[in-house]
Design a binder for this molecule. Structure first.
Ligand code: 6PG
Length: 241
């Protein structure tokens, strides 16, 4: 694992402000170079203030395309829905064309069918063939206390899927949909948003670069990643944090 590129912020508010600026800079660059911004969102609690802060951003929303890096297998109006959270916090309040917002499909009886469906949506939107891997401009990720990221949980089959873009994750027997490791590592830029003292142990293992990645799956993310940590998460992990 390359030496992690880490920035530490005193608290969630400071981290959120820096993340907003970073996302908008990535959007400006991508739109200038390629005419559009392909962004994948993280779920969980940490990114919610960022999504809320983007409502008032001055950016050409018509050029944004929104995907999700993972999803709980629940309907959009369920309180656990990652897409539901992002719509309420941000997407319902900005003029991104509806056909450029791609929530993961969670209505199929079989999650594998849903994973295959989302993979087709990705291929069509990026205009790529079977076997090709698209490059997102930016993928936002969180990390759990167990070192999981997206819905890539320790010691699960999803960790070793190398021939798909989307696969079925498994959280304590509950299905999830998730980007695979190759898709995440193929992004132009990855941004981890990690807060809370309960993340320190996992971060220490992940940044040591020596731990079994099946124990701490975020270690499998070896692409162009930047880590934004709050002081509570970074304490005892990052020097002078
Ligand atoms: C999910 C997420 C997951 C999340 C981590 C961290 O669907 O739960 O995508 O990977 O990012 O669990 O969550 P917090 O930000 O709430 O700590």
């Amino acid at each position: 694992m390359p030496t992690p590129n880490v920035r530490v912020f005193p608290d969630l508010a400071a981290l959120t402000a820096a993340a907003k600026q970073f996302v908008l800079e990535q959007a400006t660059g991508a739109i200038a170079q390629r005419g559009q911004f392909m962004l994948a969102l993280a779920g969980g609690n940490t990114p919610k203030p960022l999504y809320e802060s983007l409502v008032c951003a001055d950016t050409p929303w018509s050029r944004w395309h929104i995907f999700w890096g993972d999803e709980r297998y629940v309907p959009l109006d369920h309180p656990d829905s990652n897409a539901g959270m992002a719509f309420q916090a941000w997407l319902n309040h900005v003029p991104i064309p509806k056909n450029q917002i791609h929530p993961m499909p969670t209505a199929d009886a079989d999650p594998q069918t849903a994973a295959d469906r989302y993979e087709q949506i990705l291929r069509q939107t990026f205009g790529i063939r079977e076997g090709e891997v698209p490059s997102f401009d930016l993928i936002l990720l969180g990390m759990g206390p167990d070192g999981h990221t997206a819905s890539l949980f320790p010691h699960t089959a999803a960790l070793t899927v190398g021939d798909r873009l989307i696969t079925v994750g498994n959280k304590d027997g509950q299905p999830r949909l998730t980007f695979t490791v190759p898709l995440i590592n193929h992004a132009r830029q990855i941004l981890f948003l990690v807060t809370g003292a309960n993340k320190q142990t996992a971060l220490r293992h992940i940044f040591s670069g020596t731990t079994d990645p099946h124990l701490y799956p975020a270690r499998l993310i070896t692409g162009n990643a930047l880590w934004f940590l709050d002081a509570a998460a970074a304490e005892g992990v990052v020097a002078n944090a």
